[in-house]
Ligand binder design. Structure first.
Ligand SMILES: Cc1ncc(COP(=O)(O)O)c(C=O)c1O
Length: 450
């Protein structure tokens, strides 16, 4: 019987087990449905960390839907998936190439595995990057040039990126395969890609060996619901990967979250789910058309998919536009810079919500708020190429002191500087502090004792 059916049945048993709240909310009655399903690994309810019954069945069904060798359910986000994949693939001192616009969890994976990283800078030079202030695609030919000179165990990249940029994973996976490099794609933001022909094919369909999806980002899942996918093309035994998941995963995974993952996948693959995605795409397409006529510009669909609404208005400073939308219209974006505002949509973004954003944007434009005007020409500043002096694992094992920021230039940082959002590091332990980093540091900078 599926886990969802099990949880929906009234349990004819008297539990003297954890959690000892007896499935009743002792406080916060708003959460009583959540409590109803909050069991531990009681008889017949299977175990996420060693699945043999209902959860194994649900994961098996997911593997069929995603066309993978194995799809694991994760109740601690893509972060756990990334750590488990890295631990599966990378041993101590193994060389790995990582695209620098990665999420900080990949840095954690570097510390934990002791792998030796080289950083790869995605495009920062094209018109796309200059106009929108974001990092662009990964060029497969640039990778090929690097692979000709260095042997790596794996390449780790993000697609779609936090801002929605999709790279050509098929071309990248072909280059990786040619040079015997495993391809790991952080597809946390692409959790809808498997479910509509409108989207790019999934990383796994395009030849990646491993990927992760955060269902909670845009696919309708509760926070922390995520998936780890293993391609049919890999030789890895899924039990080995399960062991590494278990290394990082809580031993008390949440049953409501496991059920949420199962229901989320069922929904996305149902006709209702398909219609929800179709309606979302169609509504955003109409939204864009109207706003383009009003003078708003959108990041071109050849780089991204419509669900990441990245926009700008000619003559406006988008940081100020973002503030006005928040202060005067109560609309909060995912992230904004001088060059763009990003509004994330997904399952749950109704036409009414889009209409509210559309009306606010048109109103701001028509009222010609002076405070949004850009009074100086700005060019985006990207983080400099990292001067890596100590590998992450090594930097983490060193002693450190605090020095005044003004004295810290070219010293090795012991701090992780990771603005959130987007959770992408600008400076990691073991890297030399460069002039561009100073604005991110507090008065005292942590530096490694040499
Ligand atoms: C690109 C990217 N990868 C991975 C993660 C981590 O995902 P999760 O929050 O599901 O652990 C995030 C979260 O912000 C992300 O933006």
């Amino acid at each position: 019987m599926s886990l969802l059916k099990l949880l929906n049945k009234k349990l004819p048993r008297c539990l003297f087990t954890t959690p000892a709240h007896s499935q009743k909310a002792p406080f916060l009655s708003n959460l009583s449905s959540f409590y109803n399903w909050d069991y531990s690994e009681i008889e017949g309810y299977d175990n996420l960390l060693n699945p043999t019954g209902a959860i194994l069945m649900a994961e098996g069904k997911a593997s069929d839907i995603y066309d993978t060798k194995k799809t694991f359910f994760l109740t601690q986000g893509s972060t756990t998936g990334i750590l488990a994949i890295m631990k599966t693939v990378l041993g101590f001192n193994d060389k790995v190439l990582v695209a620098r616009n990665c999420h900080k969890s990949i840095f954690s994976g570097l510390v934990i595995t002791g792998a030796s990283v080289d950083w790869f800078m995605p495009d920062t030079m094209s018109e796309l990057c200059k106009n929108w202030g974001i990092m662009g695609k990964i060029d497969p030919e640039e990778l090929r040039d690097i692979f000709k000179l260095n042997q790596y165990k794996a390449f780790i990249m993000t697609s779609p990126t936090y801002e929605g940029i999709n790279s050509d994973i098929e071309a990248i996976s072909n280059v990786c395969r040619q040079y015997g490099v495993l391809l790991i794609v952080d597809e946390a933001h692409g959790a809808l890609y498997n479910f509509s022909d409108y989207f790019p094919r999934t990383a796994i369909q395009q030849g990646a060996d491993f990927s992760v999806n955060s269902l909670h980002k845009n696919a309708g899942g509760l926070n922390q619901c995520a998936l780890l996918h293993v391609s049919k093309n890999t030789n890895f035994d899924w039990r080995e990967i399960q062991n590494f998941i278990n290394l990082f995963h809580t031993s008390s995974p949440s049953y409501p979250l496991i059920a949420n993952i199962e229901a989320n996948i069922n929904f996305l693959s149902s006709s209702k789910g398909q219609k929800t995605i179709d309606d979302l795409i169609s509504n955003i397409s109409k939204f864009q058309k109207i706003l383009k006529n009003e003078g708003f510009e959108f990041l071109d669909e050849k780089y991204t998919d419509l669900t990441k609404i990245m926009l700008k208005l000619n003559g406006a400073d988008c940081l100020k536009l973002s503030d006005v939308l928040f202060d005067k219209y109560g609309i909060e974006d995912e992230i904004a810079s001088h060059f763009s505002c990003l509004y994330l949509t997904g399952i749950g973004t109704t036409k009414t919500k889009l209409d509210r954003l559309k009306a606010a944007l048109i109103d701001v434009k028509n009222k010609k708020f002076n405070e949004i005007l850009s009074n100086e020409v700005k060019t985006p500043v990207f983080q400099p190429y990292p001067l890596l002096k100590l590998q992450p694992w090594e930097a983490f094992n060193r002693d450190y002191v605090y020095v005044e920021k003004k004295d810290s230039l070219l010293m090795l940082s012991s701090d992780m500087i990771v603005p959130y959002p987007p959770g992408i590091g600008v400076l990691y332990p073991g890297e030399a502090i460069q002039a561009e980093h100073l604005e991110f540091l507090s008065d005292d900078a942590g530096v490694i004792k040499l």
